[in-house]
Design a protein around this ligand. Structure first.
Ligand code: URA
Length: 246
């Protein structure tokens, strides 16, 4: 059996460009394997062992075997499997043959928005590890209109009902509506029900809540209930943000 994968496939899966383009670049002499220029299309490489360079820059091995998707979670789904009340589970919304993906962190039953699901256990671990302070951005509609004092308290840190004092956060008003005010929260930690508990602690309960971003990625453009595979580039951005080595 032949070892490794074809060089153009390696490059395409690593996100350099289409396989056709990579073939052209190989033939044009722009690619090196282990320091030697390669122009043969039949060349095979061993990901993780051979060093591939394109235009003098290292091409990191493709992260092919892992799958990470971004789901726009709708309300009315749990993010924990085996819910004791038998409620619907976000995993039912992401059907990829042969894959079992798990949510990265948690969103409440009624919270909507940005949720990653992955079979990359390392990535999930690093993204949720408190030491990395990956920012999570939420939009919350709260009852009433918080005054400046309430916003400042939310930013500096508030004491929750269990005595925990939240870490500094960024908070700003987005829009006032008749029934409440939309506020953007950027949190650098992820305690259970944190936004709802913080808002309650300053006297402005949350009416609606959605997460719109995590680390370098945003939800933008993805309809509710739909998911998409992350690109190679996006996965690498998450690796970097969470301090992971590839
Ligand atoms: N904070 C909450 O209160 N709920 C969520 O689902 C996420 C953050």
């Amino acid at each position: 059996m032949e070892q490794g994968i074809r060089l153009q496939k390696y490059m395409a899966e690593a996100g350099v460009g289409s396989r056709r383009k990579c073939e052209e670049w190989i033939q044009a002499g722009l690619v090196e394997v282990n320091g030697l220029r390669v122009t043969e299309l039949g060349t095979r490489v061993d990901p993780g062992k051979d060093e591939v360079k394109f235009r003098g820059k290292t091409v990191n091995p493709p992260l092919r075997e892992k799958t990470t998707v971004l789901l726009h979670k709708p309300a009315g789904y749990v993010t924990t499997s085996h819910d004791q009340f038998g409620r619907k589970d976000v995993c039912d919304l992401v059907k990829i043959p042969g894959k079992r993906l798990y949510p990265v962190g948690r969103l409440d039953y009624q919270t909507t928005g940005f949720l990653l699901l992955t079979d990359d256990g390392d990535l999930a671990f690093h993204l949720t590890h408190p030491k990395h302070h990956i920012p999570r951005v939420y939009e919350a509609k709260v009852k009433g209109t918080p005054d400046q004092a309430a916003l400042s308290r939310l930013e500096r840190g508030v004491r929750l009902e269990d005595g925990y004092k939240t870490k500094p956060a960024r908070v700003r008003i987005l829009k006032k509506e008749a029934e409440g005010t939309w506020i953007e929260f950027t949190l650098y930690e992820g305690k259970n029900h944190q936004v709802r508990r913080m808002a309650r602690a300053v006297g402005y309960p949350v009416l609606r809540l959605r997460r719109v971003a995590m680390g370098p990625l945003r939800l933008e453009g993805l309809p509710e209930g739909k998911y998409r595979l992350l690109t190679e580039k996006e996965v690498r951005m998450l690796y970097k943000a969470s301090g992971m080595k590839e």
